[in-house]
Design a protein around this ligand. Structure first.
Ligand code: ZN
Length: 316
């Protein structure tokens, strides 16, 4: 049978100041802001989507930023680090670039034979850049970052859990993942085992539970081809006792949600239709786009949102 899940679709974080958020992900990291919309479940909050030039599945980091948001804390039951993929020879470039913008970075670590650095955004969101030669995605060159060094999309995600058994069962029995490696308390799972589909579970038996708010991840979405494959995976998950939501229309994809046994909110999102359905590819992310049901309240909604701007020259 063809796999229903083919990797990571997007990862969504709660954030603070929207302008700082755009400055960090587009300005410093060079991801394209491909969509500026609202949180469909909380229309007074922005929803930003950052990705490659089209916001392809597997590249899209999304945020719900709002000024004055309380800070959360990393802990168990959370996705603690989002890893982005860069070329094998790009780590030095990024270390220099991050230093230039005052970002504190970890020492270079080696994990499964690949070099990486860790750092945090202004909300203390955990990020990693993993240098590797397994990624054939071209990446998106934005602003002043040379194409050869650009972020290609996700490498993977780290889930920090008290125990791995039930989550492993979910991933490997029902979500087309398999165990592909272990280093100490870190267990690695993949669909193909390539950048864009990697999920690591780090076991932290005595860790404190994470507190979800600004600077933490709200959920991780896995990709499925279309509405048909989504219904199939929804059925499988429900048959196996997971409490799955109905299909929600997120305009740019369709979504179902459920909580995995370790506490992390999982989503399965469709690859179709993508971000070019309501604005031109050349102008993605420029205007605030609203779902049809919110259009009548546009004036009120826009009044509540602080305007954001990206000064790309400030990030040369
Ligand atoms: Zn989502």
């Amino acid at each position: 049978m063809k796999p229903l899940i083919t990797g990571i679709h997007h990862i969504t974080a709660i954030a603070g100041n929207p302008q700082q958020n755009v400055d960090f992900y587009s300005g410093i990291l060079g991801l394209r802001l491909v969509k500026k919309t609202i949180n469909f479940d909380a229309p007074d909050v922005y929803h930003f989507y950052f990705g490659d030039e089209l916001g392809r599945p597997g590249t899209v980091f999304t945020t719900f930023p709002f000024t004055g948001a309380r800070k959360g804390s990393k802990g168990t039951g959370e996705l603690t680090y989002t890893a982005f993929s860069i070329g094998k020879d790009s780590l030095d470039y990024w270390i220099e670039r991050l230093k230039k913008f005052g970002i504190t970075i970890s020492d270079v670590q080696t994990r499964f034979g690949e070099r990486l650095v860790r750092f945090e955004d202004h909300d203390s969101m955990g990020i990693e850049l993993v240098a590797n030669d397994q990624d054939d995605r071209p990446g998106w060159t934005y602003g002043h970052i040379p194409a050869q060094h650009s972020i290609r999309g996700f490498y993977g995600a780290t889930l920090n859990l008290r125990a791995k058994e039930l989550t492993e069962q979910l991933l490997t029995r029902h979500m087309d993942y398999r165990l592909i490696g272990q280093e100490g308390e870190r267990f690695r799972y993949g669909t193909q085992g390539k950048p864009g589909d990697i999920v690591d579970i780090v076991i932290d038996k005595s860790g404190n539970r994470g507190v979800q708010s600004a600077g933490t991840i709200h959920h991780i979405a896995f990709r499925t081809a279309n509405a048909t494959s989504q219904l199939a995976i929804q059925e499988i998950l429900m048959q196996n006792g997971y409490m799955v939501t109905e299909v929600k229309d997120r305009n740019y994809f369709k979504s179902i949600y459920f909580r995995e046994p370790g506490g992390v909110l999982f989503e399965v999102a469709t690859d179709e239709p993508g971000f070019a359905i309501d604005e031109d590819e050349a102008h993605l992310g420029e205007l605030i786009k609203l779902p049809e049901w919110a259009e009548p309240s546009r004036e009120k909604i826009e009044k509540n949102l602080t305007p954001v701007k990206l000064d790309i020259e400030a990030y040369a």
